[in-house]
Design a protein around this ligand. Structure first.
Ligand code: ADP
Ligand code: MG
Length: 614
């Protein structure tokens, strides 16, 4: 008798993909560490460029980048800038990108290449398909699952578009991971118990700064910032301008309008730029139509050229720290991401700003993909010692003005998870805030499940809108939710712990989700009315207050009557269910009180001026 050994079932590989604006790449988990999968030409970077050839084929990556010179009208780059955006929000892109952008039905953006049109997810899908093929060739097995990274600031539509691109490429997207989180994972920073991490990412055409808080293996994005039009391309353009001027004076010929020459010269300056990251001096060498131009460039001269670009990245960094409420001293780790962070001057500036030596042991243009591969291997079950991240079945939030729900953790968020939101008080002199924790997908508190209530007491009385309470939700790996609220000025803090899944069966969860879908339209309408009523409350309160000021009695009789009439008309429609009508009446009241508001402003200014001594 023989026992047949079937062996252990082999887990399918899940790859990690960095779908970049300039370059994309794919990585997988090796026996001990993640590694980048090279393309057939040996180059691991696949430029995010696609050419739609007239015969129906596509060029992707390096060949497409070369086609920018030969087939500019059939070639598209920077498609990531268009992902998930409506025709209305790409006015800026339209001006700067050379290819034609049309508008399909429901304001879907269409990229026109020759006679064919493509949506941004289709273009990204073509890039992803190439990465998938590269991985399959390298691994010798089919690849159908992936983790893809996205910028931390990507909204829901942009994330959805990225998932669509994956589907188009024949990839099941197991998870989207924030690029800064992936970078931190690549450095194994999740092994720290807690800390604050700054991720500085300067790529080809975008600059992103993210401040993350790490606690028990969970990354929370505290703040993001940056500049969507700043990157290595700007350095290239500066060098190009210098070289073109140089050539013009040497050859007596202005090449700046010669597309082909400019593209070739661009490649030469980029090469020199890359060399200067490791060498103190190099040559820009350019040969064109039997003529040769060569110019030595030292790192000193290069530094002077890029200094303004380095400086432009620092203000968003300071702003992000301010938004996150942290000082440079509180930042424990700094991670450099993006090819452009190889520039030594920039590394020095970052180190000075954050007062910490930045991580740059890994290739900065590979760290995001490497981190995606780490997450991928966790999800594929390849790493059993690691926590398998789970998701929350229903959204969690708190009650806000007007009986509305403000969601803090969305349904399907991976757990452990945490999120923080700031709220203010709506009532003058309020000294306590009731925190009502709810669960569910509906817009109104009355339609959700109530989990807990607690009072944040002892706030100093302040004018409405003054106190700032920070409410923090934290779900641990066991699904226990901890809610804490803190009034920032007084430092008063309160918290509760609940188990949101307690007493809920899978059927009930499903029923709650179904109900929210069925009632979505009604809920939305009701939310609009309630939000408008909250706004009306605020406006009426402000007007009532203004009516007690001296300025009110200085206004002419007929104007005061107009204000009272507008106030009454708003009151009449207030309880109706037409939010548009309430808005119209709010606007009318605003209009009627404009001269009054101006008088109050002027009085305040005069008052302030009187107080100053010159
Ligand atoms: P993205 O995230 O926008 O897709 P990458 O992170 O791949 O972009 O960065 C691409 C940029 O990095 C390009 O502008 C490239 O010229 C620049 N870069 C790559 N290597 C170097 C280097 N050694 N020195 C300076 N810049 C570099
Ligand atoms: Mg990038």
């Amino acid at each position: 008798m023989f026992a047949i050994d079937f062996g252990k079932p082999k887990n399918e590989v899940v790859v990690g993909i960095d779908l970049g604006t300039t370059n994309s790449l794919v990585a997988a988990m090796g026996p001990s560490a993640p590694y980048i999968i090279p393309g057939p030409d040996g180059d691991p970077l696949v430029p995010s460029v696609v050419t739609a050839l007239p015969n129906g084929d596509f060029l992707v990556g390096n060949p497409a980048r070369r086609a920018l010179v030969t087939h500019p009208k059939l070639t598209v780059y920077s498609a990531k800038r268009l992902m998930g955006r409506g025709a209305a929000d790409i006015a800026e892109e339209r001006k700067l990108l050379p290819f034609k952008l049309g508008e399909g039905s429901e304001s879907v953006i269409q990229i026109e290449l020759g006679t064919r049109t493509f949506t941004p997810p289709v273009i990204s899908g073509i890039i992803l398909r190439r990465l998938k093929q590269n991985a399959e060739e390298h691994l010798g097995e089919p690849v159908t699952k992936a983790v893809i990274t996205v910028p931390a600031y990507f909204n829901d539509a942009q994330r959805q578009a990225t998932k669509d691109a994956g589907r188009i490429a024949g990839l099941e997207v197991l998870r989207l991971v924030n690029e800064p989180t992936a970078a931190a994972l690549a450095y194994g920073l999740d092994k720290r118990k807690e800390g604050i991490v700054a991720v500085y990412d300067l790529g080809g055409g975008t600059f992103d700064i993210s401040i993350l808080r790490l606690q028990d293996g969970i990354f929370e994005v505290l703040a993001t910032g940056g500049d969507t039009r700043l990157g290595g391309d700007d350095i290239d353009n500066l060098m190009l301008r210098v070289a073109l001027e140089d050539i013009a004076s040497e050859w007596g010929e202005d090449l700046s309008r010669n597309q082909e020459a400019v593209q070739l010269l661009r490649r030469a300056v980029i090469e020199a730029k890359h060399a200067l990251s490791v060498l103190p001096r190099t040559n820009i060498v350019f040969e064109y139509k039997e003529r040769r131009y060569a110019r030595e460039l030292t790192r000193d001269v290069f530094n002077r050229l890029v200094m303004p670009i380095v400086e432009r990245t620092l203000a968003p960094c300071r702003q992000a720290m301010a938004d996150a409420g942290v000082t440079p001293e509180q930042i424990d780790e700094v991670v450099l991401v993006g090819g452009s962070t190889r520039v030594p001057l920039l590394r020095e500036a970052v180190e000075r700003l954050f007062r910490a030596k930045p991580h740059c042991e890994l290739n900065p243009d590979q760290v995001v993909a490497l981190g995606a591969a780490v997450q991928a291997s966790i999800l594929s079950g390849q790493q059993t010692d690691k926590l398998l991240l789970d998701v929350t079945p229903l959204s969690l939030g708190i009650e806000t003005m007007g009986g509305l729900v403000s969601r803090i953790i969305q349904r399907n968020s991976t757990i452990p998870a945490s999120a923080t939101e700031s709220f203010t008080t709506a009532v003058e002199g309020q000294t306590n805030v009731l925190i009502h924790v709810v669960q569910g997908e509906r817009e109104m508190v009355k339609d959700c499940r109530s989990l807990a209530r607690f009072d944040l007491k002892g706030i100093d009385p302040m004018p409405a809108g003054f106190p700032r309470s920070e409410v923090r939700f934290l779900i641990d790996a066991n699904g226990i939710l901890q809610v804490s609220a803190r009034e920032q000025r007084t430092g008063k803090e309160q918290s509760v712990e609940v188990k949101p899944s307690y007493g809920l069966s899978d059927d009930q969860v499903e029923a709650m989700i179904l109900e929210s879908i069925e009632r979505a339209e009604d809920d939305f309408a009701e939310r609009q009315v309630r939000e408008m009523r909250v706004e009306a409350d605020n406006v009426m309160q402000a007007v009532e207050k203004a009516k007690q000021s001296d300025a009110w009695f200085e206004r002419p009789e007929d104007e005061r009557e107009r204000v009272n009439r507008a106030l009454n008309e708003l009151l009449v429609v207030y309880h109706g269910d037409d939010h548009n009508l309430i808005r119209v009446k709010i606007e009318a009241l605003d209009e009627a009180t404009r001269p009054l508001a101006e008088t109050i402003m002027n009085t305040a200014v005069n008052h302030a001026l009187k107080g100053t001594k010159i």
